[in-house]
Write a protein that binds this ligand. Structure first.
Ligand SMILES: [Zn+2]
Length: 497
């Protein structure tokens, strides 16, 4: 037994008690071994195991040592404030994780419990921690993860805000929970192959619910009852299947790849947010060139389909900044709770009016999100295939999107252009590529560096050189901390680049 600083207790399970008869020898503990540790020793062992995992991740040296230092600084705060180890997400600093009272939590009942063994629950918390420590928190401010740090229960039925704010927190919570469980699962695989002593002799190692992710049976049952993209277990099962044998062979590399995929979503949004829902993760994975990842895989959408993980296509409306002031009217209903909701989800047919601050509109395309920045006052309606029907205000297009105004239709071969609908006329400026305009009376091509306008009678002016071009769009500055040297460059068959 190790040195202890707290009174320890190991309760014999009934299966052992029944065997205790006079003259009979009985093996107690795990295969006859007992290791009772103080809470501090548990923490030390967990941190050491996670450190070895982080060491095996392909991270840049600087990021690696920063993450390991942060890990070693974590305090586990034991109190009766929570019943289970809980990650409080954005409201808490990364240096403290909330635990139930140590005297109850580290007792043997939790070690034998298959449902939620203490050791796994700690790893789950560290999964949350690592995500934030490695790729950074999402936008600061919203706090829907707080108190929801569990994969079950109310997560996928918690859909009240969808009515009020056109936002479903279950998508976000379930993705974070599934990701934390995926880390706990990979950590189990990591330990299983590398620490047989610990696996075979320690009371504290128990795969618990983590093995459920391997068969996916439970996930399949649940997905028949709830939307799979809001259920953590289904998502974790999907990743376990998707990464396959790599989960056992190179678990640390798989987790790095999983986070890198989240990071890639930053390149597809105006604000540079990492993927925070399964849909965003899938999008980043499907539309980022395969060579950018650490683990090559088949088209991730094929599998996702069978797991019920491709939700209906929706547009996504996100405040560009600042969130506290952001306000948009959707079909006449005002949404301004953007400190608590990262995005509004929109079906076809919705009418959007930007009341305050600029917004980014992401339209679902077949290959990528189409991006449009909406300035305050902008108003548009989404057509039956999300095609924008502009009604008033200014729009800076960041993708080639065909659109319509009351006076003209436009085919876009440009990924940077401006449209401004004013009282008397509609102005067009093309910064790259070209626009083909058509009104009732005229047609006109507007080439890069040119501008034109359509008046109320539908006459299109001949395009002329712009006097001044707007400053070029600043590329997103985020850098990821992953070491991509030596990644595989072959694209497996069937993968669409
Ligand atoms: Zn959690």
């Amino acid at each position: 037994m190790a040195n202890c600083s707290a009174p320890l207790r190991y309760v014999l399970p009934d299966s052992i008690l029944h065997q205790l008869k006079a003259g009979r020898q009985v093996k107690v503990g795990k295969n006859g071994y007992i290791d009772l540790l103080s809470p501090q020793e548990h923490e030390g062992r967990i941190k050491a195991q996670v450190s070895r995992f982080v060491e095996a991740m392909p991270l840049e040296a600087e990021a690696k040592s920063r993450v390991i230092q942060q890990l070693n600084r974590i305090t586990f705060r034991y109190s009766s404030a929570v019943r289970y180890p809980t990650f409080f997400g954005h409201s808490a600093a990364l240096d403290a994780l909330e635990m139930p009272p140590a005297a109850t939590y580290w007792r043997s009942e939790y070690l034998h419990g298959e449902e939620n063994p203490a050791f796994n629950a700690m790893m789950h918390l560290i999964g949350h921690f690592l995500r934030d420590a490695i790729i950074g928190k999402d936008q600061p401010g919203y706090d829907f993860l707080s108190g929801n740090c569990r994969g079950q229960e109310v997560v996928w039925t918690h859909r009240v805000e969808e009515e009020k704010d056109l936002f479903d927190p279950a998508r976000y919570i379930s993705f974070q929970e599934a990701g934390a469980d995926f880390f706990a699962y990979l950590m189990m695989r990591f330990i299983l192959t590398r620490e047989p002593e610990f696996v075979n002799k320690s009371l504290y190692f128990h795969p618990g619910y983590l093995q459920e992710f391997e068969t996916g049976d439970k996930a399949r049952t649940i997905k028949d009852k709830f939307p799979a993209y809001a259920v953590p277990g289904v998502q974790t099962s999907y990743w376990v299947t998707y990464y396959g044998a790599a989960c056992t062979e190179v678990p640390a590399r798989v987790f790095a790849d999983f986070l890198l995929t989240q990071w890639w979503f930053t390149q597809q949004t105006e604000n540079g947010e990492p993927a925070s829902t399964f849909q965003e993760w899938l999008h980043a994975r499907a539309f980022t060139p395969q060579t950018e990842f650490l683990i090559p895989g088949p088209d991730p959408r094929d599998d996702a389909q069978t797991w019920g993980l491709i939700p209906a296509r929706q547009a996504r409306l996100v405040p560009a900044s600042p969130k506290a002031d952001a306000e948009a009217d959707i079909n006449g209903r005002s949404v301004r709770n953007f400190l608590q909701i990262p995005a509004v989800y929109l079906d076809t047919g919705k009418v959007i009016h930007i009341a305050r601050t600029a917004f980014e509109l992401l339209l679902p395309g077949s290959e990528e999100f189409k991006r449009i920045r909406l300035e305050p006052g902008a108003q548009l309606r989404l057509g039956t295939d999300f095609e924008p029907n502009l009604a008033s205000g200014a729009f800076r297009f960041r993708s080639a999107v065909d659109f319509r105004t009351p006076l003209a239709t436009c085919q876009a071969k440009s990924t940077d252009f401006l449209v401004r609908l004013e009282e008397e006329e509609t102005l067009f400026e093309t910064y790259n590529g070209s626009l083909s305009l058509k009104s009732e009376k005229d047609v006109e091509d507007v080439m890069a560096g040119e501008g034109t306008s359509v008046n109320k009678r539908g006459r299109i002016k001949k395009a002329t050189q712009l006097k001044q071009l707007p400053p070029p769009v600043q590329p997103i500055k985020h850098r990821h901390p992953f070491q991509l040297d030596g990644i595989l460059h072959e694209v497996p068959q069937g993968y669409r680049k």
